[in-house]
Design a protein. Structure first.
Length: 246
């Protein structure tokens, strides 16, 4: 098994290091990178607008990191009376470490549907909900909270930017190295990888690789693109990916 990890830095490099420590051949090939979000400067005012027991959501560890760094930069403390939530364990840890808040999160699958099943999110009518996110994403979370009567506001804390590569060059590189397993953790990156690789390499190499993804939704998307050998990890963190790759 020769593995290509498309996760962004630093998570991608961390997974590759762990795989190599286990004697596996693996390379990092990040498809996206992160930059500060366009609404980061609005974050202090958005937090000030929340009242005790209002809701704060972080949908990724990057949202928590960028939000925390901005508040630290201006010397502002996180309000400590909010009910905080995260999409999964890694994000919850990141938000807790930067804010000091107790953070609730779903323990089985890191998806909006499971987060929305938490008992604390059933009766949210009249509450303010601030969602810290990247440029787009987690519309289901906002729509469902709104339908339950919450007043939802987004704050774009970071942006995902596509890294630019020469598709033919990269396809030749990875095929010639014998890469037969791909790790892809978002639909955006799956589409990007599919579009990047020229048609001949796509047919003769890319779609013949085993694909490790992090949700059934992503597996469905991959089947629609033409992949057949697909594994679904039980979570999006490196621990779950590593278990699957072993």
């Amino acid at each position: 098994m020769k593995i290509l990890v498309t996760r962004p830095s630093p998570a991608g490099e961390a997974l590759v290091s762990r795989l190599r420590a286990l004697g596996r051949e693996a390379w990092s090939f990040p498809l996206i990178e992160f930059t500060p979000g366009r609404e980061l400067a609005r974050l202090p005012a958005l937090l000030d607008a929340l009242t005790p027991d209002d809701l704060l959501f972080a949908v990724s560890q990057h949202a928590a990191h960028y939000a925390g760094a901005e508040l630290k930069r201006i010397g502002k403390a996180w309000p400590q009376t909010l009910n905080a939530f995260a999409i999964g364990r890694t994000t919850a840890l990141a938000l807790h470490q930067t804010s000091g808040l107790h953070v609730s999160y779903p323990h089985d699958r890191e998806v909006s549907e499971v987060l929305l099943q938490l008992p604390e999110l059933q009766n949210v009518a009249g509450k303010q909900a601030l969602i810290l996110r990247g440029n787009g994403g987690r519309e289901l979370l906002a729509e469902t909270l709104t339908a339950r009567g919450a007043n939802v506001t987004f704050c774009e804390c970071y942006q995902r930017c596509m890294k630019i590569y020469d598709g033919t060059e990269e396809a030749w590189r990875w095929q010639s190295r014998g890469v037969d397993t791909l790790v892809v953790t978002s639909g955006e990156m799956l589409d990007q990888l599919y579009a990047l690789i020229p048609e001949w390499y796509r047919t003769n190499w890319l779609l013949r690789c085993r694909l490790l993804v992090v949700s059934e939704r992503l597996a469905t998307l991959a089947r629609e693109r033409g992949w057949q050998d697909i594994l679904v990890a039980d979570n999006a963190d490196n621990d779950a990916l590593l278990r699957m790759l072993q």
